[in-house]
Design a protein around this ligand. Sequence first.
Ligand code: ADP
Ligand code: MG
Length: 396
Amino acid sequence: MNIHEYQAKQVLKGYGAPVAQGVAITSVDEAEAAARQLPGPLYVVKSQIHAGGRGKGKFKELGPDAKGGVRLAKSIEEVVAHAKDMLGNTLVTAQTGEAGKQVNRLYIEDGADIARELYCSLLVDRSVGRVAFVISTEGGMDIEAVAHDTPEKIVTLAIDPEAGVTDADVAQIVAAYGLDGAAAEDAKSLFPALYKAFVDTDMSLLEVNPLIVMTDGHLRVLDAKVSFDGNALFRHDDIKTLRDETEEDAKEIEASKWDLAYVALDGNIGCMVNGAGLAMATMDIIKLYGKEPANFCDVGGGASKEKVAAAFKIITADPRVEGILVNIFGGIMRCDVIAEGVVAAVKEVGLQVPLVVRLEGTNAELGKKILNESGLRITAADDLDDAAQKIVAAVA
Ligand code: ADP
Ligand code: MG
């Protein structure tokens, strides 16, 4: 689960990290009052969308010469003018894709006097099984280019989970950044705080880019991007409330309500499966026969007829789906329940595209009988190979 920058800063502030003062707003009317709460004379108006690259982004409606999604303002009037310009418009960044994202919220923040922009992130480094800092002196808006052109400027430091961030770790980070004075002093509390926030709240990614050294010598978290591990959300009721469903794929929200694992992909064959292994095998064989999956929806072990129907509706709601392959092995899950769910969903939403169903396992015969007697245009398949060939031929 992703959250907005202003929320991420709120979370980090709770752990003692230095962040700027700021106010989130959703309408132009609120802009002036928000800016008045800040010290000035420099303000920053920041688009709140679940994507990075906002500074270099462009608003679709404003043309190529207009300023981006993060703008400095030297007066309260300028803050209001930027808010008018940005709210409700669509920001396209390197991370949003061409469609862009509508800006429904702005964060009006105190402007900082920046001496240096550094890069700092925390992630789970699977190669060593530890949470690791990834740091670079080359922070700011071009970190992707740094990673590509000069990877030696990026340093990884894995943290021992028993010891946490030690003095030696901090010293290594301070040396890598070349910090001294107040910044080196701030580092002693900042890096352990970031690590604690990451572990305590089950983040999967925390990216601070830039982490800045201000002209007064102190460190400040200037941008923050946070993703939480969805599998751990059940133990963080406070974090669940930070969810902004308007930023998420509607189909993924619907799927999560039904406890279905739905993943959108780029092809045109929708897949309903049970189990991750069968999902992979199904997608591999579709590719083997020359097509690409549009998505897969994993209905899991013991799904009800209603859950199967919900999965089917989610798959058919994707306009790119030109054909559907249902590939289910009935173990705990019974094939007749799958068949009933599919029939119920088709009766409700109709069937505009070819549907191939392969059922195997518990009550497979009964499942096939339900499908055959439904009067619907469903192609039954004998095995996985047959099913893949049939659906690929049907959408070709
Ligand atoms: P994004 O990474 O989405 O482009 P950032 O929050 O990193 O957005 O902002 C982009 C740039 O804008 C930063 O690298 C920094 O130079 C500048 N900036 C952002 N916030 C502030 C601020 N509060 N004060 C001064 N400059 C800022
Ligand atoms: Mg940034």
